[in-house]
Design a protein around this ligand. Structure first.
Ligand code: SF4
Ligand code: SF4
Ligand code: FES
Length: 246
């Protein structure tokens, strides 16, 4: 049976500062994905290997890793698409808990800051929406929260800024573009959300396993909305007139 060599980064920072790679020879059959090989190692070679997974169907977003340097889902990456020598690292943007498992809880803190869907007052149910609005927000709702886009974003990865990150821009866009939603989240993104740090490199969009056009359809429209709200002189004048007490 054909074999591949799998190198896996091993570490457990809460226990030791040791970081090293272990190498395993794994027999491969037709159609095997990288997660199958990791499971084989866990079951037959090293039961201490830590990996997070759930669905093995590219739906739960748990098995994100860097495979030969590229952010991917392990359950969606066929072994025959990455070669005979495969190096697996945990996603780099977040602290390692153990081996391939990272602590992504920072994303849950950001999610709490984003105001939820808030329908306009006085609307009677059932709400009616145009198909174009349904289609637009449906794209964003396919997000599986794998955080691969966060991992590849150089702003998060290298500068550790306060930028919320592309995954959260997708969430905000889904809410802001909903025709019945009443909340304006542009001030949050302009301020605490740090969307100005994004320089539209589109790296996030290129790694999204759901093919969400993160930069084109979420980030750029949000940036345009912010410019309209924060810098358009006519808009600012209208706001001032509206808020003026006569
Ligand atoms: S387009 Fe923006 S969010 Fe996406 S990777 Fe580049 S800097 Fe990050
Ligand atoms: S936008 Fe795409 S890459 Fe980012 S978390 Fe959602 S599914 Fe993953
Ligand atoms: S195990 Fe669920 S996305 Fe890979």
């Amino acid at each position: 049976m054909k074999e591949v060599t799998i190198r896996i980064r091993r570490s457990e920072p809460s226990v030791s500062s040791d970081v090293h790679y272990d190498e395993f020879k794994v027999p491969v059959g037709e159609g095997m994905v990288v997660l199958d090989a990791v499971h084989y190692i866990q079951q037959n070679m090293d039961q201490t290997l830590a990996v997070r997974w759930n669905c093995k169907a590219a739906r739960c977003g748990s098995c994100s890793a860097e495979i030969n340097g590229r952010p991917k889902l392990m359950c969606k990456t066929r072994i025959d698409s990455v070669g005979d020598k495969i190096t697996i690292n945990p996603i780099k943007a977040y602290p390692v808990v153990k081996d391939l498992v990272t602590d992504v809880s920072h994303n849950y803190e950001i999610a709490k800051k984003i105001p939820p869907f808030t329908p306009k007052e006085g609307l009677s149910a059932p709400f009616k929406m145009f198909q174009i609005d349904v289609t637009r927000s449906k794209e964003f709702r396919t997000c599986i929260e794998c955080f691969l886009c966060q991992d590849v974003c150089h702003v998060i990865r290298e500068h550790h800024s306060n930028y919320f990150g592309p995954k959260h821009m997708v969430k905000v866009a889904a809410l802001d573009m909903h025709p019945i939603d009443a909340i304006d989240r542009s001030e949050l993104l302009h301020g605490e959300g740090g969307v100005g740090y994004c320089d539209i490199t589109k790296c996030c969009q290129n790694v999204c396993p759901e093919d969400i056009r993160i930069t084109d359809n979420a980030i750029i429209p949000e940036k345009e909305r912010i410019v309209d709200h924060a810098y358009d002189p006519i808009g600012i004048l209208i706001k001032k007139v509206k808020n003026r007490r006569w």
